[in-house]
Design a protein around this ligand. Structure first.
Ligand SMILES: Nc1ncnc2c1ncn2[C@@H]1O[C@H](COP(=O)(O)OP(=O)(O)OP(=O)(O)O)[C@@H](O)[C@H]1O
Ligand SMILES: [Mg+2]
Length: 135
C-alpha cells in the first residue's frame, strides 16, 4: 500500500520537474529568436533606389572581390565576367572556388568587398533590396 501511494505521489513531482525543464528550453529558444529578429542586416538600401524594370538585364561582375568577414580570407579576387540577357552562362570551377558565392552576391545576400556587380550597367547597390528578393 505504501509503495503504491508513494508511486502516486512521485509521478506528479516528476511531471512538474519535466515541465519546468521544458519551460527553460522555451525561454532559451525565444531568446535566440529574439536576437535573430533584432540583428541589423549587413546589406542595406542606400539613398534613392532606381527602377530595375526599365533596365536591360545584363549581368556584369567587374573586378569583384569578396570576403565573408573581415578576419577571413578573400574568397573572390577581382572576378570579372558578363552574362547577357537571355543567354545561359555557366560558372565552372572546383569545389569551394566561389561559384555559389557569386550567385549570393548577385542576389545581394552579401555586399561585395571590392569592385561592383551590375545589372543593366547599374550597380546593384543602387537598387532597392525589395527588387532583388522579388525577382
Ligand atoms: N556563409 C559562408 N561563410 C563563410 N565562408 C563561406 C560561406 N560560404 C562559403 N564560404 C567559403 O567560401 C569559399 C567559396 O565557397 P562557395 O560555396 O562559393 O564555393 P562553390 O564554388 O560554390 O563550391 P561547390 O562546388 O562545393 O558548391 C569556400 O572557401 C567556402 O568555405
Ligand atoms: Mg556551390
Amino acid at each position: 500500500m505504501v509503495v503504491i501511494l508513494s508511486a502516486l505521489l512521485f509521478n506528479p513531482i516528476i511531471e512538474v520537474c519535466g515541465a519546468a525543464r521544458n519551460l527553460g528550453l522555451v525561454f532559451a529558444a525565444a531568446d535566440r529568436i529574439q536576437r535573430v529578429l533584432e540583428t541589423e542586416p549587413v546589406v542595406k538600401d542606400a539613398g534613392l533606389p532606381i527602377n530595375v524594370d526599365k533596365l536591360a538585364h545584363n549581368v556584369t561582375f567587374e573586378n569583384v572581390s569578396f570576403r565573408y568577414d573581415d578576419n577571413s580570407e578573400e574568397v573572390l579576387h577581382s572576378v570579372s565576367f558578363a552574362a547577357e540577357q537571355g543567354k545561359t552562362v555557366a560558372l565552372v570551377g572546383p569545389s569551394e572556388a566561389g561559384k555559389t558565392t557569386c550567385v549570393s552576391l548577385l542576389l545581394r545576400y552579401w555586399e561585395v568587398s571590392g569592385g561592383a556587380v551590375k545589372i543593366g550597367g547599374r550597380d546593384i547597390r543602387e537598387m532597392s533590396l525589395d527588387n532583388h528578393h522579388q525577382s
